[in-house]
Design a protein. Sequence first.
Length: 309
Amino acid sequence: MIPVVLAALLLVVARARVQAQSFKLCAYLDEFCIEQGTCAVYRSSCQSAAGGSTNSTLSCSTGENGSGGVKKIDAIVINYWPEHENCPRDVAPTSKQLVTNFVRDACVEVNGGSSWVKVTDISCTPRDCFPAFAQVQLEDGSRKAMHEINIGDRVKVSAQDGYSPVVFWGHKDANVIGNNFVRVTFEDERVLMLTANHLAYVNGVLMPARDIRTGMLMTDAQSGRAILVQAVEFTMLAKGLYMPHTAHGDLVVDGIVLSSYASVAPRMAHALLLIERVMRALGLSALGSLLEHETPWLLERAMFAMASA
């Protein structure tokens, strides 16, 4: 009952705020980043600043190690508008700070050696999806690539449970090039690609794709039997980011049984999105197309809070 009530509250307010990438940047007076000067927290959305406003963008790379967090920051751009509270598009920012190509928590020289900075407390969640060419199986036996799927399509979810309708998209971006894909090759030479945080059934339990290793066993959707992982490659490139959600909660992609969800607990995510699934079944929606870009901030916070409780 609690997840349902929480879902109702979240769906009312989720439209108001989508997760913003954020980070803390501190300036230092020495090349070893020991003598700290000033610090500020920046978000990838307009926020008030001393006498004005700032807006920042953060481009991140992730790796196979750790908890799936940021491994390298490709670029940070901070724009500042003094005397303007809303980051006006028709007014050029008076200052721009650009920091590129460094590892998180590293001391980095900027401005030609006149100062040094360190970035910490990074929130840069990668999208968790499948590439455009990944395929699902429909109830009539035909196959569709991710970019061809429509809401309402009944797709295979497991050997035992058969088929379930696609009720909404978690992400749907045809043009982006993802750089965080894991490429899994099986003993029958079948290939599966999915992003590092996406959950898969491996050795009988759910685990993120970044933890899959050669010799592990996944589940073949046709036979319901285990299939051996022959090779795993990380940080692969692929076009498109697609994350269809089924009413069932699982999904078969390229013949392998997977979850519709990423690294938060799938049962919690499924419960929190119950109202959205019901409304979609009635031809309505509480979140509209909001989920097609990234998980609403409040939903994500609730999932992690419940998972860590």
